[in-house]
Design a binder for this molecule. Structure first.
Ligand code: FO1
Length: 326
């Protein structure tokens, strides 16, 4: 079975890990957010691709959710001692990957090629693709002005309320090689339990990706990142309240208007089922907290079986529609 999964953030990486445990990894293509990418200390860092890479290679730090297990921080301590940029915590082991990737990019290799090379070297069987090889960066509009994603998220601890989100470079961005093919050849399209605005939003901002999703002929299933209207970590709940008009499952489904047929959400939010149905999206209620490997796998299995029980409504395949949503 071919599965294309849109992913970003820690929740996304955990879900993709569950998916790999639930179905043949050779059929899985993870299409990752690159809006969070940054250059720091002269290195190109792609946090969301790396979270998937590390999770699938069994190298990830389970507790933090990002970076590598068994990490040490000697290089960063030196950076700090020398008054360098130490706010974005790059561990010693992680740094090795950024060195290799940065050198490859500087030598003219594309982000998708270097990501494939890293995945191969780490023994990852699933395909991990950046949504685009072009420069695409998420900017966060706050009352203090516009901030780069990582400045807001990490340096400032996402304290400021978000008034809007902008994806620099999205208009010119083309899908990375393999992305459209993965969507076309997919038997199922999944949206991981990621932040709809800043994790999935940048992927959908690439017009040809959004159009391919609008024109899909196979079921698309999203998993809500909220439980009881709250994010497990990160600002997804505050962003949905402010930018999406609320934190009920319907508001999550509305972020993906015209792009999904099913929304999987937590049993704590069961009261929101009718609201999802009213949008023409099938609600599927289950436990969504990914506490361990078994829970991650179960959630992935639920999403896959929801897809197999779903027929794509003709409206979804009747041509491109446009939405101002993420
Ligand atoms: N997240 C943090 O909250 N603080 C950090 O210092 C930090 C460093 C970091 C380094 C490498 C990497 O791959 C991820 C890192 N993250 C860090 C996570 C990352 O910034 C966010 O989880 C994602 O961008 C949100 O999707």
């Amino acid at each position: 079975m071919n599965v294309a999964v849109l992913t970003g953030g820690v929740g996304g990486a955990r879900f993709v890990r569950g998916l790999v445990d639930a179905t043949d990894p050779a059929g899985i293509t993870a299409i990752g957010n690159v809006g969070d990418d940054l250059e720091v200390l002269g290195l190109y860092v792609s946090p969301d691709l790396d979270s998937v890479l590390y999770a699938l290679a069994d190298l990830n730090d389970e507790e933090r959710g990002w970076g590598r297990a068994g990490e040490t921080w000697n290089a960063l301590e030196t950076v700090d001692d020398l008054d360098g940029e130490a706010w974005f915590r790059l561990g010693d082991r992680d740094l090795g990957l950024h060195l290799v990737r940065t050198q490859a990019l500087q030598a003219g290799t594309s982000l998708s090629d270097v990501t494939a090379r890293l995945a191969r070297s780490l023994g990852v069987e699933a395909s991990i693709l950046p949504a685009t090889d072009d420069r695409l960066r998420t900017w966060i509009r706050t009352e203090d002005g516009e901030l780069t994603f990582q400045d807001w998220f990490v340096r400032r601890g996402h304290r400021e309320e978000v008034a809007g989100v902008r994806f620099e470079g999205a208009e010119a961005a083309r899908p990375a090689p393999g992305v459209l093919q993965a969507l076309e050849e997919a038997d199922v399209i999944l949206f991981a339990p990621s932040n709809p605005f800043v994790s999935i939003g940048p992927i959908l901002a690439v017009a040809e990706i959004r159009e391919a999703l609008e024109a899909r002929t196979v079921p698309a299933v999203a998993v809500s990142p909220l439980i009881g209207g709250r994010a497990i970590r990160g600002p997804a709940d505050r962003m949905l309240a402010r930018l999406g008009g609320g934190t009920a499952p319907a508001q999550v489904a509305d972020c993906y208007k015209g792009l999904i047929d099913v929304l999987v959400f937590d049993e704590e939010d069961v009261d929101g089922a009718a609201g999802v149905e009213a949008l023409g999206v099938r609600p599927v209620v289950t436990k969504t907290l990914m506490v361990d490997a078994a829970a991650r796998r179960r959630l992935a299995e639920t999403a896959l079986s929801a897809a197999s029980e779903t027929r794509v409504p003709a409206a979804a395949t009747s041509g491109a529609r446009h939405s101002s949503r993420p």
